[in-house]
Design a protein around this ligand. Structure first.
Ligand SMILES: [Zn+2]
Length: 219
Protein backbone atom coordinates (compact mmCIF):
# COMPACT_ATOMS: atom_id res chain seq x y z
CA UNK A 1 0.00 0.00 0.00
CA UNK A 2 1.24 3.43 -0.79
CA UNK A 3 -0.05 6.96 -0.95
CA UNK A 4 3.18 8.18 -2.40
CA UNK A 5 2.59 10.60 -5.25
CA UNK A 6 5.25 8.92 -7.35
CA UNK A 7 4.36 5.40 -6.34
CA UNK A 8 5.04 2.57 -8.66
CA UNK A 9 2.95 -0.53 -8.96
CA UNK A 10 3.58 -3.78 -10.71
CA UNK A 11 1.07 -4.04 -13.51
CA UNK A 12 1.23 -7.33 -15.38
CA UNK A 13 4.95 -7.45 -14.72
CA UNK A 14 5.48 -3.92 -15.94
CA UNK A 15 6.47 -1.09 -13.67
CA UNK A 16 4.42 2.00 -14.36
CA UNK A 17 4.04 5.29 -12.57
CA UNK A 18 0.77 6.16 -11.02
CA UNK A 19 -0.70 9.27 -9.58
CA UNK A 20 -1.56 9.78 -5.95
CA UNK A 21 -4.02 7.35 -4.52
CA UNK A 22 -5.92 8.60 -1.53
CA UNK A 23 -7.94 6.13 0.52
CA UNK A 24 -7.33 3.33 -1.94
CA UNK A 25 -4.68 0.69 -2.06
CA UNK A 26 -2.62 0.12 -5.10
CA UNK A 27 -2.52 -3.56 -5.72
CA UNK A 28 -0.89 -6.19 -7.78
CA UNK A 29 -3.50 -8.77 -6.86
CA UNK A 30 -5.52 -10.37 -9.61
CA UNK A 31 -8.98 -9.55 -8.40
CA UNK A 32 -10.66 -9.08 -11.75
CA UNK A 33 -8.72 -11.66 -13.74
CA UNK A 34 -6.25 -8.99 -14.75
CA UNK A 35 -3.80 -6.99 -12.74
CA UNK A 36 -5.53 -3.84 -11.57
CA UNK A 37 -4.38 -0.43 -10.65
CA UNK A 38 -6.72 0.43 -7.84
CA UNK A 39 -8.56 -1.54 -5.22
CA UNK A 40 -10.92 -0.12 -2.64
CA UNK A 41 -9.60 -0.60 0.88
CA UNK A 42 -12.99 -1.04 2.47
CA UNK A 43 -13.13 -4.66 1.34
CA UNK A 44 -15.77 -4.01 -1.27
CA UNK A 45 -13.07 -5.18 -3.70
CA UNK A 46 -14.03 -2.60 -6.28
CA UNK A 47 -11.31 -2.34 -8.89
CA UNK A 48 -10.61 0.32 -11.49
CA UNK A 49 -8.08 1.40 -14.06
CA UNK A 50 -8.20 4.94 -12.73
CA UNK A 51 -8.10 6.50 -9.29
CA UNK A 52 -11.47 5.55 -7.86
CA UNK A 53 -13.97 8.39 -8.06
CA UNK A 54 -16.53 8.07 -5.27
CA UNK A 55 -19.24 9.93 -7.21
CA UNK A 56 -18.93 7.68 -10.25
CA UNK A 57 -18.78 4.61 -8.05
CA UNK A 58 -21.86 5.52 -6.03
CA UNK A 59 -23.86 6.18 -9.18
CA UNK A 60 -22.67 2.87 -10.65
CA UNK A 61 -23.62 0.98 -7.49
CA UNK A 62 -27.16 2.35 -7.70
CA UNK A 63 -27.51 1.54 -11.40
CA UNK A 64 -26.06 -1.95 -11.17
CA UNK A 65 -28.22 -2.82 -8.15
CA UNK A 66 -31.23 -1.66 -10.15
CA UNK A 67 -30.20 -3.79 -13.15
CA UNK A 68 -29.71 -6.81 -10.90
CA UNK A 69 -33.14 -6.24 -9.36
CA UNK A 70 -34.73 -6.18 -12.83
CA UNK A 71 -32.90 -9.20 -14.18
CA UNK A 72 -35.36 -11.76 -12.80
CA UNK A 73 -38.13 -10.37 -15.01
CA UNK A 74 -35.94 -10.62 -18.09
CA UNK A 75 -34.93 -14.19 -17.20
CA UNK A 76 -38.58 -15.13 -16.71
CA UNK A 77 -39.21 -13.99 -20.28
CA UNK A 78 -36.42 -16.19 -21.66
CA UNK A 79 -33.35 -13.96 -21.47
CA UNK A 80 -29.93 -15.05 -20.28
CA UNK A 81 -28.84 -13.83 -16.82
CA UNK A 82 -27.05 -10.66 -17.92
CA UNK A 83 -28.45 -7.14 -18.28
CA UNK A 84 -26.71 -4.05 -19.68
CA UNK A 85 -27.58 -0.39 -20.09
CA UNK A 86 -25.97 2.44 -22.02
CA UNK A 87 -26.48 5.70 -20.13
CA UNK A 88 -25.34 9.27 -20.78
CA UNK A 89 -23.75 11.66 -18.30
CA UNK A 90 -27.16 13.12 -17.37
CA UNK A 91 -28.62 9.72 -16.56
CA UNK A 92 -30.59 9.32 -19.78
CA UNK A 93 -30.89 5.68 -20.77
CA UNK A 94 -29.94 5.16 -24.42
CA UNK A 95 -30.59 1.44 -24.28
CA UNK A 96 -31.21 -1.38 -21.83
CA UNK A 97 -31.02 -4.96 -23.03
CA UNK A 98 -30.57 -8.47 -21.68
CA UNK A 99 -28.68 -11.40 -23.14
CA UNK A 100 -30.80 -12.95 -25.90
CA UNK A 101 -28.49 -15.68 -27.23
CA UNK A 102 -30.97 -18.51 -26.66
CA UNK A 103 -34.23 -16.66 -27.35
CA UNK A 104 -32.95 -15.21 -30.64
CA UNK A 105 -30.60 -18.06 -31.61
CA UNK A 106 -27.61 -15.77 -32.01
CA UNK A 107 -24.29 -16.28 -30.24
CA UNK A 108 -23.46 -12.56 -30.56
CA UNK A 109 -26.45 -11.45 -28.54
CA UNK A 110 -24.80 -10.80 -25.21
CA UNK A 111 -26.37 -8.04 -23.11
CA UNK A 112 -23.54 -5.61 -23.86
CA UNK A 113 -23.59 -6.22 -27.62
CA UNK A 114 -27.36 -5.80 -27.69
CA UNK A 115 -27.11 -2.58 -25.65
CA UNK A 116 -24.44 -1.09 -27.90
CA UNK A 117 -26.35 -2.00 -31.03
CA UNK A 118 -29.59 -0.52 -29.67
CA UNK A 119 -27.85 2.70 -28.54
CA UNK A 120 -26.24 3.13 -31.96
CA UNK A 121 -29.56 2.56 -33.66
CA UNK A 122 -31.33 5.02 -31.35
CA UNK A 123 -28.68 7.68 -31.87
CA UNK A 124 -28.21 6.96 -35.57
CA UNK A 125 -24.44 6.52 -35.41
CA UNK A 126 -21.87 3.75 -35.28
CA UNK A 127 -19.61 6.04 -33.22
CA UNK A 128 -20.86 6.67 -29.70
CA UNK A 129 -17.74 8.56 -28.63
CA UNK A 130 -19.20 12.03 -29.12
CA UNK A 131 -22.08 11.21 -26.78
CA UNK A 132 -19.91 10.46 -23.73
CA UNK A 133 -21.71 7.26 -22.82
CA UNK A 134 -21.12 4.67 -20.13
CA UNK A 135 -22.02 0.99 -20.24
CA UNK A 136 -23.33 -0.57 -17.04
CA UNK A 137 -23.57 -4.35 -16.93
CA UNK A 138 -24.40 -6.90 -14.26
CA UNK A 139 -21.32 -9.07 -14.93
CA UNK A 140 -17.87 -8.49 -16.37
CA UNK A 141 -17.84 -8.27 -20.17
CA UNK A 142 -16.57 -11.37 -21.94
CA UNK A 143 -13.88 -11.55 -24.58
CA UNK A 144 -16.30 -10.72 -27.42
CA UNK A 145 -17.96 -7.83 -25.61
CA UNK A 146 -14.64 -6.22 -24.73
CA UNK A 147 -13.99 -6.01 -28.46
CA UNK A 148 -17.49 -4.70 -29.09
CA UNK A 149 -17.11 -2.04 -26.40
CA UNK A 150 -13.72 -0.97 -27.71
CA UNK A 151 -15.04 -0.32 -31.21
CA UNK A 152 -18.28 1.33 -30.11
CA UNK A 153 -16.98 4.60 -28.72
CA UNK A 154 -18.23 3.82 -25.20
CA UNK A 155 -16.20 5.89 -22.71
CA UNK A 156 -16.62 3.95 -19.48
CA UNK A 157 -17.58 0.46 -18.33
CA UNK A 158 -19.01 -0.43 -14.93
CA UNK A 159 -19.60 -4.09 -14.19
CA UNK A 160 -20.82 -6.28 -11.35
CA UNK A 161 -19.73 -9.89 -10.97
CA UNK A 162 -16.19 -10.66 -12.18
CA UNK A 163 -15.78 -13.27 -14.94
CA UNK A 164 -14.01 -15.70 -12.66
CA UNK A 165 -17.09 -15.88 -10.43
CA UNK A 166 -19.47 -16.04 -13.41
CA UNK A 167 -17.56 -19.06 -14.68
CA UNK A 168 -17.47 -20.70 -11.25
CA UNK A 169 -21.17 -20.18 -10.60
CA UNK A 170 -22.66 -20.81 -14.03
CA UNK A 171 -20.18 -22.67 -16.23
CA UNK A 172 -20.33 -20.01 -18.97
CA UNK A 173 -17.02 -19.53 -20.79
CA UNK A 174 -15.98 -15.86 -20.63
CA UNK A 175 -12.94 -16.24 -22.89
CA UNK A 176 -9.44 -14.84 -22.41
CA UNK A 177 -8.80 -11.17 -21.85
CA UNK A 178 -5.13 -10.31 -21.46
CA UNK A 179 -4.42 -6.88 -19.97
CA UNK A 180 -7.83 -5.50 -20.72
CA UNK A 181 -7.86 -2.96 -17.87
CA UNK A 182 -4.60 -1.57 -19.13
CA UNK A 183 -5.54 -1.74 -22.81
CA UNK A 184 -8.77 0.13 -22.11
CA UNK A 185 -6.88 2.74 -20.11
CA UNK A 186 -4.54 3.22 -23.09
CA UNK A 187 -7.61 3.84 -25.25
CA UNK A 188 -9.20 6.29 -22.84
CA UNK A 189 -11.87 3.89 -21.59
CA UNK A 190 -12.48 3.86 -17.86
CA UNK A 191 -13.29 0.56 -16.16
CA UNK A 192 -14.77 -0.05 -12.72
CA UNK A 193 -15.43 -3.64 -11.69
CA UNK A 194 -16.69 -5.88 -8.90
CA UNK A 195 -19.59 -3.55 -8.09
CA UNK A 196 -22.32 -5.02 -5.85
CA UNK A 197 -20.99 -8.52 -6.48
CA UNK A 198 -23.03 -10.29 -3.83
CA UNK A 199 -26.38 -9.23 -5.26
CA UNK A 200 -25.19 -10.13 -8.76
CA UNK A 201 -24.01 -13.56 -7.70
CA UNK A 202 -27.40 -14.30 -6.16
CA UNK A 203 -29.11 -13.76 -9.52
CA UNK A 204 -26.60 -16.08 -11.21
CA UNK A 205 -27.11 -18.78 -8.57
CA UNK A 206 -30.88 -18.48 -9.02
CA UNK A 207 -30.50 -18.83 -12.79
CA UNK A 208 -28.46 -22.01 -12.46
CA UNK A 209 -30.50 -23.48 -9.62
CA UNK A 210 -33.72 -23.13 -11.58
CA UNK A 211 -32.26 -25.18 -14.43
CA UNK A 212 -31.94 -22.41 -17.00
CA UNK A 213 -29.75 -22.92 -20.07
CA UNK A 214 -26.01 -22.54 -19.77
CA UNK A 215 -25.09 -22.59 -23.43
CA UNK A 216 -21.77 -23.55 -24.91
CA UNK A 217 -20.78 -24.55 -28.40
CA UNK A 218 -19.85 -28.23 -28.45
CA UNK A 219 -16.12 -28.62 -28.69
ZN1 LIG B 1 -20.16 -10.96 -23.78
Amino acid sequence: MSNNSNAQVIYNNELINTQTVVNYQQTKNNNANDANLYLAVDNTQVVSNEEIDEVKLKKAQEIILQLQAEMGDYIAKGSGPFLAAVIDENGNIMSKTANSVVSEECSNNHAEMNAIKAAQKNLGTYDLSKHNLSLYVTSEPCMMCIGGIMWSGIKAVYYGVPSKRVEEITGFDEGFKPNWFKEFKNRGITVYGNIEVEAGEKVLYDYVNTGKTVYQPQR
